[in-house]
Every structure is written in structure tokens, then in C-alpha cells.
Design a protein around this ligand. Structure first.
Ligand code: ATR
Length: 272
């Protein structure tokens, strides 16, 4: 049986073993997928040991995505630019390919599952950390009018905007300077949800008919999801669909089989 795993710290609450187990059952693929607690300081040894023992592919989550990026022998373009890897794939020649399926997972959830257009739309991304970096290229590839990255520490948003400026119309902003603007889609990629906080957002920043997406997910609505509801967002989504879609993309890289995701999203939604 082929062996896969997700490494991270903490990892106990990871939904990935469940999701990949459901994919395997649905597509009749014989594989095992486990979650392993791997702190950053033993990451490289743990990955080597995993592949030496016959492992075929790995997911890496917080705080290991940058280390996985460094570890990979080769990188896809989207992984190279995001400077983070969430999926490692053992190649036939024994080398390890690093990819990042987070951004495409988000785009699939937005466009396919929720029928939200990105083309010609004004997008606002909140936060300029690793989560933002991973989604910028796949979003720019959908040709929005512009992407504005707002961050508390504006210099980090400026660095990100510079790194991606050759890929589309992207600029940086402070939260204060957003006043008077409005956006069709606001994506929360800050870690504020994890502490129940909310970035300081001006009134009217969500366009009429606009939608919101929190990359985080929780059983209870996050502070951002609650704020979005107050703003009258047409669609008000959290990251459960993105989680399942990034997993589906990783599964495809490993198995060359694409699982059907709608029923699995519905199942996990029903269990909240
Ligand atoms: P991740 O990998 O999850 O993106 P990160 O790289 O630590 O984590 O980045 C966290 C992001 O959330 C940053 O953009 C951070 O803003 P700063 O760069 O100014 O620190 C943002 N963030 C965290 N808590 C926040 C809060 N309470 N309000 C606004 N932004 C917050």
C-alpha cells in the first residue's frame, strides 16, 4: 500500500487524514495517509526517513511550509514564487518535487464551487504573511482589475507587491489608506481569526454585491465571517472548501486521479 502523510506542529486536529481517506475510498485507490507531529527542528530528518521508508508523498502545514520549500529538489513555478510548499511528491528518479496547491485550491473553491468571478474584479487581500504569498499568483492569473494587499506592517505588503508586480496589477496599502475605496472580493489571509481579532476595516469597503472569504476555518464563524455578514456580503465563505480543494490537487499530483470534491465539502459542512 502506498504511504502518504501530513507533517505539522500542532497536527492533532488536522482534517487531512479524513479528507484523503474519503478521496481514496471514492476513487478506489489503495493508500494510507496519516498525520505526524513533526516540529521544525527535526523536519529534514523526518522527511528523509519518511521517503527512505517508502513514503510516496507528503503534505506540510504550519510551521513547515517554508522548510519544505527549502527541502524540495525542484519546485513548480507557483511554489517557487510563494516561497512555501504544502505538497512534496517523490519523483520516479528519486528526487522530490515541491508544489503549493493552496492558491489553486482557493481559486477552485471561489470559481467552481461558489461561482464567484475574479476576472475584472477588484480584490483586497488582508495580511502579507505566508498565507497571502501562497494565493497571489493563482489569483493574478485570473486577471482581476487589481489586487490590493493591506497589512498592519505596510513594508511587508510592499515587498509582496513588488515580488509579484511582473505577474499583474498588484499594490500595497495600509488599512487606513483603504478609506474611500471599495472591493468586489475581500480575502482574509491574516492570522487574526485564530485569536478572534479583526483587521481595522473602514465602512463601505465591501462593494455592493461584494463577497468575502476567510482563508481560516473554524466550527464557529470567525470574527471576519461575522463582520462580512454585517456588511451584507452576497457570499460569505470560510476556508473549508479551500482546504478540501488543495487536498484534491495534492491527491491528483500523487495519484493522477481527480477526486470529486462537492460531496466531501457537503459532508464536512454537515459535521460542523
Ligand atoms: P501566515 O503564514 O498564517 O500568513 P504570518 O506569516 O505570521 O502567518 O502572517 C500573519 C499575518 O496576519 C500578517 O500579515 C500579520 O500582520 P503583520 O505583518 O502586520 O504582523 C497579520 N495579523 C496577525 N494578527 C493580526 C491582527 N490582529 N490584525 C491585523 N493583522 C494581523
Amino acid at each position: 500500500m502506498d504511504i502518504y502523510a501530513v507533517f505539522g506542529a500542532p497536527i492533532k486536529h488536522s482534517k487531512s487524514p479524513r479528507i484523503h481517506g474519503l478521496f481514496a475510498e471514492q476513487t478506489k485507490q489503495a493508500l494510507e495517509y496519516t498525520a505526524q507531529l513533526v516540529p521544525a527542528d527535526v523536519f529534514a530528518e523526518a522527511v528523509k526517513a519518511f521517503f527512505d521508508a517508502g513514503g510516496k508523498g507528503l503534505n506540510c502545514t504550519v510551521p513547515l511550509k517554508e522548510l519544505a520549500w527549502q527541502f524540495a529538489d525542484t519546485l513548480t513555478e507557483r511554489a517557487r514564487l510563494s516561497k512555501a510548499v504544502n505538497t512534496l511528491v517523490l519523483q520516479k528518479d528519486g528526487t522530490v518535487l515541491g508544489d503549493n496547491t493552496d492558491g489553486i485550491g482557493l481559486v477552485t473553491d471561489l470559481m467552481v464551487n461558489n461561482r464567484l468571478a475574479i476576472k475584472q474584479k477588484k480584490l483586497l487581500i488582508l495580511g502579507a504573511g505566508g498565507a497571502s504569498r501562497g494565493i497571489i499568483l493563482p489569483l493574478l492569473e485570473q486577471a482581476p482589475v487589481e489586487i490590493v494587499i493591506a497589512n498592519r506592517t505596510v513594508a511587508k505588503a510592499e515587498t509582496l507587491a513588488q515580488e509579484f508586480q511582473h505577474k499583474g496589477n498588484i499594490k500595497a496599502s495600509s488599512y487606513a489608506d483603504l478609506a474611500g475605496q471599495s472591493f468586489d472580493l475581500i480575502l482574509n489571509a491574516t492570522s487574526a481569526s485564530l485569536t478572534g481579532d479583526l483587521p481595522p476595516l473602514a465602512e463601505g469597503i465591501l462593494a455592493k454585491q461584494g463577497s468575502c472569504y476567510d482563508l481560516a476555518y473554524a466550527n464557529e464563524p470567525t470574527a471576519f465571517v461575522r463582520w462580512s455578514a454585517e456588511q451584507g456580503a452576497i457570499k460569505n465563505l470560510d476556508g473549508i472548501g479551500m482546504l478540501i480543494e488543495q487536498a484534491a490537487e495534492a491527491f491528483y499530483l500523487w495519484r493522477n486521479v481527480r477526486p470529486e470534491t462537492q460531496s466531501i465539502i457537503a459532508l464536512l459542512e454537515s459535521e460542523r
